[in-house]
Design a protein around this ligand. Structure first.
Ligand code: SF4
Length: 372
């Protein structure tokens, strides 16, 4: 198999949708009792009928997460580099068609933003940008990583899909993790959400995690934009993708995020509403299926949900996030990619984690462990 695309093409969206509806409670119970669970078990946990087993699933999720990750939550913060973008995505404030003031951080501005994060004791930083290859391409990222590396223990990146060689250069520069979301695995409607720009190439995006894996990046993060299409079917394909990647690139670690569509300048309404209890079921499904998977919860989620999820499967959380370039200090009024929901400070989040009996972790990784 050359890439995930070969496996993906063996599956049909409507068939998976039909299978999810046919799952029975005994199917779910059988999957819960198994020792080694497969993607078929994940499908059972994801099914509408499995919602009836949510309490048992939540209990198991808590036990499995504590066994594998201890009572810890790793904290990180995003650092938006630029809101320039050459794509039209109908759900995003940075979309090319939106007439907003565009901003890309200079070196000095980048370091000003970094110093605010350091004053909040942030040690894991996630660099985010729109997709504008000419102005914010590989050279810009390499320069940013070089500037930030002495100040942060862990640098992750969530930018446009790059080539394998470019990922290799980022790896050598010290990038620890790369996040790339397919947004939706529904190939036909993907084009409607992404009518213009490089992102409209579904296949190129689909093969991106393969390129990241081949480049030897330590951690690969996947996810779908929940709200675009049927979250159950989309999440099945996302898990299938992770399953494939774990077998193929077994030296890497994997994480999953759960971005739910949030309000932003000039964007569409969610097509599918995902309730909090649905998101909890999805998180439980991932954890029970895959004990090693890191589960990341962003500030898109509301305070109540985030407080509860600390002891129910989360392993990492962003906090005090600004989703606009310069949002921490340099240009607080630049346009944000989406509205955050949980606006509490880093200290408040730490204290909530401690109150739940967990340890907030600001640094659990050092480049010395990987020799980079
Ligand atoms: S989702 Fe990404 S690629 Fe699409 S418009 Fe927003 S920043 Fe650009």
């Amino acid at each position: 198999m050359k890439s995930f695309k070969d496996l993906f093409e063996q599956y049909q969206w409507d068939t998976i949708k039909g299978r999810l509806e046919q799952v029975t409670l005994p199917d779910v119970e059988r999957s819960l009792q198994k020792k080694n669970r497969t993607i078929e078990d994940f499908l059972n946990f994801l099914s509408p009928i499995a919602a009836q087993k949510l309490e048992a699933m939540a209990k198991m999720t808590q036990q499995l997460t504590r066994k594998r990750f201890g009572k810890t939550i790793q904290l990180y913060a995003p650092l938006y580099l630029s809101n320039e973008c050459q794509n039209i995505c109908t759900y995003c404030g940075f979309s090319l068609g939106n007439s907003i003031r565009r901003k890309t951080l200079t070196d000095t501005e980048l370091m000003t933003e970094a110093s605010v994060l350091k004053s909040m004791e942030v040690n894991h930083v996630l660099l985010v940008s729109g997709e504008a290859n000419k102005t914010v391409g590989i050279d810009y990222f390499l320069n940013a990583v070089q500037l930030l590396k002495p100040h942060f223990a862990n640098i992750s990146i969530e930018v446009q899909p790059l080539s394998e060689e470019e990922y290799r250069r980022l790896h050598h520069a010290g990038v620890n993790a790369v996040l790339v979301y397919q947004e939706t695995y529904h190939q036909e409607v993907y084009k409607e959400y992404h009518p213009k720009g490089k992102k409209s190439n579904f296949g190129f995006r689909l093969e991106t995690p393969d390129r990241i894996g081949k480049a030897g990046i330590h951690k690969i993060g996947l996810g779908v934009l929940l709200g675009l299409e049927d979250w159950r079917v989309d999440s099945f394909f996302n898990a299938l993708h992770i399953d494939y990647l774990q077998k193929q690139y077994w030296k890497s670690r994997f994480s999953v995020s759960f971005p739910r569509l949030r309000p932003a300048e000039g964007i569409i309404e969610p097509n599918f509403i995902m309730e909090d209890k649905d998101l909890l079921q999805l998180i439980c499904a991932y954890r029970i299926w895959n004990e090693d998977l890191e589960i990341s919860i962003s500030t898109r989620e509301n305070e109540k949900f985030r407080d509860h999820i600390i002891s129910l499967g989360a392993t990492a959380m962003s906090a005090a996030s600004k989703t606009n370039p310069g949002g921490y200090a340099v240009d607080k009024e630049s346009l944000e990619q989406f509205e955050t929901s949980d606006e509490r400070s880093m200290d408040e989040i730490k204290s909530i984690i401690r109150k739940a009996g967990y340890d907030p972790v600001m640094k659990d990784w050092d480049a010395i462990y990987s020799g980079i």
